[in-house]
Design a protein. Sequence first.
Length: 203
Amino acid sequence: MDNDKKKIIDYARERFLTDGFYKISMDEISKELKISKKTIYKHFESKDVLVHESIFSFVKNLSSKISEITESDENAVIKFYFLINLIINNINKFSHKFLSDLQIHSPSIWADMNKFREEVMNANLTKILIQGQSEGYFKDLPPYLAVSMIIAAAGEIVSPKFLLKHPLSYDQTVSHMFEIFFQGILTPKGLRIYRSKKERISI
């Protein structure tokens, strides 16, 4: 990737996730990066394109890390635990303003982001659940049902409306959600591994 393009994407991604993007102009980005607007528009024909590419650079990087966990040699409980930890560490980067801007001002990007998230989570969680069942750590429940429940719950809790109604932060909400899930799907053997891991590493 061109150095200027990478610099613009990296800056825009961090700025948008923190402050939202609706009120941030291309002029502002140009001044703060000390890069001409002509250079910015050379790589991004509009602000919408910059928003889309900066967000999806983040999402695709997260997807790559999720795949690394899924394809590792760990048992399914540890994989799931690492996956939760990864999600929590990254979801904390999403400000209320960013999520609100997406839903209100860029519904198409919000829809694309949700579709991509669902595809990635469905593929990876299904593999982990099937592995866990073969190892005797997960109960013999339909994987597609468990995965659908997780995806639906995750889609609900990233909504600013949900978080405004409840006192919990993103990371607390996700931690509690998966705690409930673990208690319901793990076998006694799987729970022992989970509790042992939880005592050593805090989510």
